[in-house]
Unconditional design. Sequence first.
Length: 179
Amino acid sequence: MNRLVLVLGVFCAFGASTSLVAQEEKPIQIALINPVQLFPEDDAIAGIRLSLIYGRNTLMTGFDLGLVSHTTQDFTGVQFGGVGITDGDFTGWQSTFVNIVQGDFKGLQEGFINSAGSGHGVQFGGINHSKDFRGFQIAIVNYAQRLDGVQIGIINIIKEGGAFPVFPIVNWSLDGGGP
C-alpha cells in the first residue's frame, strides 16, 4: 500500500500523463454539469478535477472529487465522490459510492458498488464485481467470473475455477485465473 501511495504522489507531483494525441492537457477542471465546465470534455486533466454535478474528460491524472466524475479513457490517481466512471483503465484509489471501471483496474476500489472489467488489488464494499480479478474482494456480495485470490463476505461467487461456485464467508481460487 505504501508503494501505491508513493507512485500516486509522484504522478500528482510531476503531472505524469499518458501520450496525448490532439488533446490539450489542463491542470485544473471545474465542472457544473457537462458541457458547463472550464474546459471541454475532449481535454485531458493532469492535476485536480472538481465535478459539482457531472464532469467529463478524456484522460485524468491526479486528484478527482465530484458528485459524478466520468473519464472516457484512462485515469491515474485518486478519486472521491458519489459516482466514479472510467471507460478505460484505472490505476490508483477509487473511493466513491459507485465505482465503475470498464477496463483494467489496479489499486484499491472502495464503495458500496465496485465494478471492474479486470483488476488487480483490493475491492472493498457492499457489492464487488469483476470479470477477472487478482487480489482480495471484501463485501456483502462478491462476484468474479475468474479469480486469483480470496473473497470474504456473506455471498461469494466465483463462476470459473473457484474452490466452490458459491460459498458463504470465504471463497478462493489460487490457480492463476485472474489477470
